[in-house]
Design a binder for this molecule. Sequence first.
Ligand code: BGC
Length: 463
Amino acid sequence: MESNIQDITFDKKLFGADFAWGVSTAAFQVEGSCDIDGKGQSIWDVFTAKNGKILNGHNANTTCDFYNQYKKDIDLIKELNIPNFRFSISWARILPKGTGEVNQKGINHYNRVINYCIEKGIEPWITIYHWDLPYDLELKGGWTNREVISWFTAYVKICAQSFGDRIKYWMVMNEPGVFTGAGYFLGIHAPGKTGLKNFLSAIHHTTLSMVAGAKVLRELLPDAQIGTTFSCSYIEPYTDKPKDVVAAKRIDALLNRLFIEPVLGLGYPIKDVPVLKTIEKYFKAGDEANLKFDFDFIGIQNYTREIVKYSFFTPYVSAALVKAQDRAVPLTDMKWEVYPGSIYQMIKKFNYPQIKKLYITENGAAFPDYVTDGEVNDTRRVEYLQAYLKEVLKAKNEGYKVSGYFVWTLTDNFEWAEGYNPRFGLIYVDFDTQERIIKASGRWYANFLKQEILSVPVWEGLH
Ligand code: BGC
């Protein structure tokens, strides 16, 4: 990344006293202990065991061992002055077969995590579903089977009853666009299904489940703040030729509007993505009303932007992403473009009047990290976080809704199909010894959160 670092005064107070600062993780990526204390298999346990699915054949059987090291990691959250911790529950730890018998040892684990956060003065935020469907449910069709609505709501009910006395902030799902797209259309994530039929049925059942789950939470926990999270990327056409512009609009509808608009009562964006019309095949009487829910907040998760051009060869959408590698732009280890202005554009885009509150529930970057004399000097991550945060502040100052910001992620962990290669953490993990080293970015975030007026370098690059 070409950096142009300037000294400016950049202080947490500029975001306001009520702004929520946090860090996010997900069960499958950090817990390990994949078959301990009665946990059932999830689709990701099975997918990672298959040949050729994960880079370098990695799996998450141990990963950064949060299941055992949770106290150490929560102590580190405390040390970094981070007041809010977002983590997810593993469905198969609570219900090993997805439905039926509850595994008390799984519940006990999350009680220990929640109680230790509270003891340390850290607010726990729960994501109910972050991609790890119990494998037994996948054998019955997973998200393509409409019965998933009742499986999911039963699981949500157990979470609400078990943890609702201490959890105020709930996110029903993490990025439905990614787990349905990568898992049920492209087949590059678990469960590895492909094709339009799987994709469209999974989308519809996911939206219905998300809303049904939110209703269960509202009924059982009337004082809770109920949200859900969506991935989003700023989309721009490759040229201003009408074909590229239309292609970009289609991809924008698919990546940024597909789930939020039905939830807001606007329906699926069929007008801009005609192939979505087939989703109506999966509708039953009353579904339209059941796609809508008045969430207390929406979480958006942004990393990059995408450039889109018309493509004759792409089925269904006639549009293709122009790879960041081919555009001579700064890249992260995920080969994603570093483009801070994207987060500003997304806050603007999600400024729908029906949305009450918006949080950035994930933002962060993978860069190669090296330990030198016991330290990890990840300057590029510091620059990335500062540059994106500056854009968040710009949006806030212009009057757009944004009430908080969570870094992805606490410790290096299992990055899905990419295994352990990309490191996203504020804290470095040696996966052989489980040693943790706070990176320069972690130290920067800790200082920033200390509420002091700091003069820190802020990246003033491309946007
Ligand atoms: C997901 C995380 C993931 C991160 C970086 C988000 O899409 O919620 O689980 O690790 O992005 O790829």
